[in-house]
Design a protein around this ligand. Sequence first.
Ligand code: HEC
Length: 156
Amino acid sequence: MRVPGGPAAVGFLVGAAFVAVLAAVLWVAVPGVAERTIPSLANAQVSRGERIYSASCASCHGGPTGGEMMDYPPKHNANGHTWHHPDCELVEVITTGGGPMVEMMREMMAPPGAPTMPAWREKLSDEEIDAVLAYIKTTWTPEQRELQEQATRQQC
Ligand code: HEC
């Protein structure tokens, strides 16, 4: 191939192509990057989360509306307090069913005989847990989402 500029230019073109391919592969492979950037993928994640939520969580935690702050098990929608907690705390509760936050909450709020939060580690993958959280967040107000994002940035 004759390229103006000789071997150096060929080297540059090959290098640039390599970087472009690497960037594309990373963009698709790193979880969350594509979801955050392509709205249709974000929607797919939310509908996946909604299906999981209806099947596994709604029986205890209720739907996208209704309920109030002191309900037990807590409502996850805008009427509950789930949005007070940063992502890492919510993920810990979902995977283990416990943790310091859950102990405090039970002590303060649980009526006698209240059910306990199951651990989902063995039943849901990390992607499924992210999807459920993405769905839960759609039931919050924009202000709640903003405050919860701030808490996540500061505490996780
Ligand atoms: C059998 C009832 C039950 C089911 C089913 C259930 N939970 Fe829970 N969950 C609870 C209870 C009760 C608590 C409060 C902690 C405790 O007492 O164990 C809780 C707490 C939580 C919390 C902390 C919330 C907060 O506002 O502080 C999150 C997040 C959560 N659950 C997510 C889920 C998700 C996601 C699912 C479905 C995959 C699910 N739960 C299914 C009973 C349940």
